[in-house]
Design a protein around this ligand. Structure first.
Ligand code: ITT
Length: 200
């Protein structure tokens, strides 16, 4: 089965390849470099579908797109779908610093947060199963640290302490993160759908 992965985030591509390789070795994943839609949805699922529909239409291949972010309870779920540009820039470090500053005076019980990932799958017109759309979700609960730790991962990983750990996601090995993250969980929920499209 061939799928295009509609993302410009190289970290997502790397995580996908590791998760995919382990779960569905027969899958061939192509990068997408066509037109980019405006992500004007109001939910992770909306935005994942917007990206996947565009890629499916432009390539004629089954398309997958990830929309993800971090939601902090005491901020009412923000940054949420605005995670990638929370500070007005796409600079991960600037975004992390703003988030740490926004909850700087909060005690540990007020630092609860979770990562969320929605992965949309869209089957293009003119192929078997044309028009099929499916969105799989994954959450990763935890809390926001008081300062940055760790060098692995990307985005908010250095400030996110997953539930059950005393280190940040950026201090986990890539293998550990890819077994338990929101992206791993969403992808695992998608495997039966991909396996069925693959004839399995
Ligand atoms: P594409 O739309 O091209 O896929 P993007 O980076 O713009 O790439 P999103 O709009 O889905 O993707 O924003 C996701 C942001 O959420 C990302 O830039 C990080 O700041 C954060 N994020 C998502 N998953 C993460 C993870 O596993 N670890 C750390 N931060 C993550």
């Amino acid at each position: 089965l061939i799928v295009v992965l509609a993302t410009h985030n190289a970290h997502k591509v790397a995580e996908f390849q590791k998760i995919l390789g382990a779960e569905l070795p027969g899958l061939e994943v192509l990068p997408y470099d066509g037109p980019e839609p405006v992500e004007d949805g109001v939910t992770f699922a909306d935005n994942a579908l917007i990206k996947a529909r565009t890629a499916a239409r432009h390539t004629g291949h089954i398309a997958l797109a990830d929309d993800s972010g971090i939601s902090v309870d005491v901020l009412g779920g923000s940054p949420g779908i605005f995670s990638a540009r929370w500070s007005g820039t796409r600079d991960d470090e600037t975004n992390r610093r703003l988030l740490l500053a926004q909850i700087a005076d909060m005690s540990s019980e007020h630092r609860r947060a979770h990562f969320h990932c929605a992965i949309a799958l869209v089957v293009p017109d003119g192929t078997a199963d044309a028009g099929l759309e499916h969105v799989a979700h994954g959450d990763w609960p935890g809390a926001i640290a008081t300062e940055e730790h760790g060098e692995n991962g990307f985005g908010y990983d250095p400030v996110f302490v997953p539930e059950g750990f005393e280190v940040t996601a950026a201090q986990l090995s890539p293998g550990q993160k890819n077994e338990i993250s929101h992206r791993a969980r969403a992808f695992r929920a998608l495997v039966p759908v991909l396996a069925r499209l693959d004839g399995g």
